[in-house]
Write a protein that binds this ligand. Structure first.
Ligand SMILES: [Zn+2]
Length: 319
């Protein structure tokens, strides 16, 4: 769907552990004496001799998805209008829309979570990179430490499993970039809510959430809003240098019930946050950027307002 590239938002943010965090590698210690029972996931990075710990983009995306689904179920309920149930064939969008060949209909008839994250028959709007320590920080693997854990048998109260050793990260930082393409403003707003809750510990990451693991603070570093295919910051009666336009601004006809069923949303102005023009259109792309936690948070708060407007209208059955 959306074969053109119409709007593109890139958000760079840094996660800082506020307690122990464990994103499991899935590798068991086995015969390797250097590994503990549950290891933090690692990868080889160019320029680093030893493999470094990192948080895979798929883990971050999965965390954001499950949290977003919870918000949707809470606000709009289960089903097409809120969030489908992947374990129920009659509910899961990927199964329900398997035989639907029209991509516009697939999008329109998908639940709100699938419209952002995609499913087996619909591409998602969101991608998330792996999160690495920013250059210089946590360069080697020595910033991890070991913790002992046991699993208690709930009935007998005795040790059911363990003790086993967990490898956790307790300090350092992980930086990742999230990209939303061809998006509606409510989608950006809903992600803003999830990111905020990620930073307050309501939406922990990785293993052992019920043990208090996975709490991280979020710092918003940079937001870039880009319009591919534009040669002028001010054109078509729009201001591409200071405003966030939803995908529906470029194709109002996609709002119809015969089409994608997009919501007709008013653009968000960020002019008062003084965005910097980072691409002036000479090469066929206009982009602006905001830097620093406060400015980016301000922009996301406005997007969260678009989500609120959307959700309230849906509750009243207007869309
Ligand atoms: Zn769905």
């Amino acid at each position: 769907m959306f074969r053109e590239s119409l709007n593109q938002m890139t958000l760079t943010f840094t996660l800082t552990p506020t307690g122990p965090v464990l994103v499991k590698s899935g590798r068991e210690a086995g015969a390797d004496p250097t590994l503990v029972d549950m290891n933090f996931v690692r990868t080889h990075r160019p320029g680093f001799e030893k493999p470094t710990v990192f948080i895979p983009g798929s883990s971050l995306k999965g965390t954001l998805r499950s949290y977003t689904e919870r918000v949707l179920r809470t606000v709009l309920g289960e089903g097409r209008d809120g969030c489908c149930n992947i374990f129920d064939e009659t509910s899961f969008c990927g199964k329900r829309l398997e035989k639907e060949n029209d991509t516009a209909k697939r999008y329109r008839r998908s639940c709100l979570a699938c419209r952002i994250f995609g499913n087996t028959v619909l591409g998602g709007r969101l991608s998330v990179t792996d999160a690495y320590p920013p250059d210089g920080a946590l360069a080697e693997t020595n910033a991890t430490e070991q913790r002992d854990g046991v699993a208690i048998d709930r009935i007998l109260g005795s040790v059911a499993q363990g003790p086993f050793t967990l490898e956790v990260v307790t300090r350092g930082a992980f930086q990742a970039t999230l990209t939303l393409e061809n998006f509606e403003l409510w989608q950006m707003g809903l992600l803003a809510v999830a990111l905020r809750d990620l930073g307050t510990g309501l939406c922990p990451i990785g293993f052992g959430k019920t043990r208090g693991l996975g709490r991280m603070a979020v710092t918003l570093d940079k937001l870039e809003m880009a319009y591919p295919g534009r040669f002028d910051p001010q054109a078509d009666g729009r201001d591409y240098a200071t405003r966030i336009y939803p995908v529906s601004a470029f194709h109002p006809e996609w709002c119809g019930e015969e089409s994608y069923g997009l919501t007709d949303e008013a653009p968000i102005s960020l002019a008062d946050l003084s965005p910097q023009l980072s691409d002036d259109g000479t090469l066929g792309r206009v982009a602006f950027r905001l830097e620093g936690d406060q400015a980016v948070r301000g922009a996301l708060a406005r997007a969260a307002g678009a989500w609120k407007t959307f959700a309230l209208a849906r509750r009243e059955g207007e869309t």
